[in-house]
Ligand binder design. Structure first.
Ligand code: AMP
Ligand code: MG
Length: 399
C-alpha cells in the first residue's frame, strides 16, 4: 500500500505544466509570475531628492559658504531646472530631480530664509551627497527585478508597476472540474429531504482553489449511476485540465468512481494510502495526460487529501517556487491509532520564543467537518515513528 510521501511523489512526477498568458496587473493578486521581469530604466531613474530643503554644491559648503542665493525651485514631477551656479542653491522637494550643478541637499529644518537667500545653521551636519537617492543606486536598467515562480503580492505588484508591466506574464489557471458524487447530495440552496445532505466538499475545494488562485472552478454534482457518471465525466474531462472528484471511491455497492475513471481510459497510479483520514484516495492520469483526483467523500478526508496532495500538485503545475517545508511543535501528546499515518487538525499559535505551536483539534469522525472550522490546518504524524509528545516537531499543512 502507498505511503503518504510516495503518493505525493507519484502525483508530482506526473503533473503537467500549465501554459502562460498575460493578465492585467490589477487582476494579478496571488497569481504566479511566469517570466523574468527586467528594469526598463535605472532604479531610481534620476538622482532623486529625498528631503524638502535646498540643493547646493558640496564644494561651496567645503569652502565655507553658509549663505546661498536661491535661484530656483525644483518640484517633484518638474523637468530639470537651469543649472545652479557656485554660491547659489535651489529649493528642492522630496521626489524632485536633483538640479544640475548641485550634489547635496540640506533639509529645510536647517535653513533660515532672508529674502532671496537661504542661510544654513552653522552646526548643520552636511555630508557630500546627503539626501540624494542616486540614479541606478538600487538597480541598473536591464537588471532582473523578478523571477518566474514568484507569487504576486504587494511588493511584486509595486515592482511590476514601476517597471511598466501593465500586462503581466502569469501561469494560466488550470480549468478544474470539482465533482461531487452521491445520491444523497443537494445544493446549498435546496431544502434537503430527511435522508439527504447539502453537498459541502465541492465548496471546500472550490474555496481552497480560489483562495490560493490555483485554478478556475466548475462545480458539478453527479448521482451514483455509473453510466450517467461516465457520460458526465467524459464531458467534463474534455473541457477541463484537472478533475477532482469526491465520494464513491470506497468499497460500497454504489462507489463507482474508480471503475468509471478506468472506463474513461485512465491509468491508475494508486488507490488507497496508508493514512487516516482519507485512506481510499484514488489518483490516475487520463489517456491525454490530465490528472484525475478521486477523494474519499467524508468531508474531513476530502479536505485533508485536497490540502495534502491536490494543492501542492497544482502549485507545481503553475510553476510556483516551492516554499520550504513547514513544521510546528505539538503542545499535547497525540497517540496514533493503529498503524496508519495520522493527519491531526491543529490550531496554531506563535510562542513568545518565536516557535510555532500546534494544538491538536481532533474531529469526532472523518465526517465531522464542523470541528475543522477555525482550525489552521493539520499536522502529519508518520506511521512507525513517534511517540508524539509535547514539543515534538511535526510537518504542518495549512488549509
Ligand atoms: P463516500 O465516499 O461516497 O462513501 O461518502 C462518504 C461520506 O461522505 C458519506 O456519508 C457521504 O454522504 C459524505 N459525502 C460524500 N460527498 C459529500 C459531499 N460532497 N458533501 C458532504 N458530504 C459528502
Ligand atoms: Mg457516496
Amino acid at each position: 500500500m502507498t505511503e503518504t510521501f510516495e503518493a505525493e511523489r507519484l502525483i508530482l512526477d506526473r503533473m503537467p505544466r500549465t501554459g502562460t498568458h498575460r493578465e492585467p496587473l490589477e487582476r494579478c493578486a496571488g497569481r504566479i509570475l511566469a517570466e523574468e521581469v527586467f528594469a526598463d530604466r535605472d532604479q531610481p531613474p534620476f538622482d532623486r531628492v529625498t528631503m524638502d530643503g535646498i540643493a547646493i554644491s558640496y564644494a561651496d559648503w567645503a569652502a565655507g559658504t553658509r549663505r546661498y542665493d536661491v535661484v530656483g525651485t525644483q518640484a517633484a514631477g518638474a523637468p530639470p531646472a537651469e543649472p545652479v551656479g557656485s554660491g547659489c542653491c535651489a529649493e528642492v522637494m522630496t521626489g524632485a530631480m536633483l538640479p544640475p550643478g548641485t550634489d547635496t541637499v540640506i533639509p529645510v529644518e536647517r535653513i533660515t530664509r532672508h529674502g532671496g537667500a537661504a542661510e544654513v545653521a552653522a552646526d548643520a551636519p552636511v555630508a557630500q551627497g546627503q539626501f540624494v537617492h542616486r540614479r541606478g543606486g538600487d538597480r541598473r536598467r536591464g537588471a532582473a527585478l523578478l523571477g518566474p515562480g514568484l507569487r504576486i503580492g504587494p511588493p511584486e505588484a509595486a515592482v511590476l508597476a514601476s517597471a511598466g508591466v501593465a500586462d503581466v506574464p502569469v501561469a494560466a489557471l488550470p480549468r478544474v472540474a470539482v465533482v461531487s458524487t452521491g445520491d444523497e447530495l443537494v445544493d446549498v440552496r435546496d431544502t434537503p429531504e430527511p435522508f439527504q445532505i447539502r453537498s459541502c466538499n465541492d465548496r471546500a475545494i472550490e474555496t481552497a482553489l480560489l483562495r490560493h488562485r490555483l485554478g478556475s472552478v466548475t462545480r458539478e454534482r453527479l448521482a451514483d449511476d455509473a453510466d450517467a457518471m461516465l457520460t458526465a465525466v467524459e464531458r467534463l474531462h474534455a473541457t477541463h485540465d484537472v478533475l477532482i472528484l469526491s465520494g464513491g471511491v470506497s468499497m460500497g455497492q454504489f462507489d463507482f468512481v474508480p471503475a468509471v475513471l478506468e472506463r474513461l481510459g485512465a491509468e491508475v497510479v494508486f488507490h488507497r494510502i496508508e493514512q487516516k483520514p482519507g485512506r481510499p484516495m484514488w489518483f490516475g492520469m487520463s489517456g491525454d495526460g490530465k490528472p484525475l483526483f478521486a477523494l474519499p467523500g467524508n468531508p474531513v478526508s476530502t479536505l485533508v487529501c485536497a490540502t495534502r496532495y491536490v494543492l501542492p500538485a497544482l502549485r507545481l503545475s503553475l510553476g510556483l517556487t516551492p516554499a520550504p517545508l513547514e513544521y510546528a511543535v505539538l503542545t499535547e501528546t497525540v497517540e496514533i491509532p493503529g498503524s496508519m499515518t495520522l493527519f491531526m487538525p491543529v490550531l496554531l499559535r506563535s510562542s513568545g520564543a518565536g516557535v510555532l505551536e500546534a494544538t491538536p483539534r481532533p474531529t469526532n469522525t472523518s465526517g465531522d467537518f464542523v470541528s475543522l472550522a477555525g482550525t489552521d490546518g493539520f499536522v502529519e504524524l508518520p506511521r512507525g515513528t513517534g511517540p508524539f509528545g509535547p514539543g515534538t516537531p511535526v510537518r504542518l499543512f495549512r488549509w
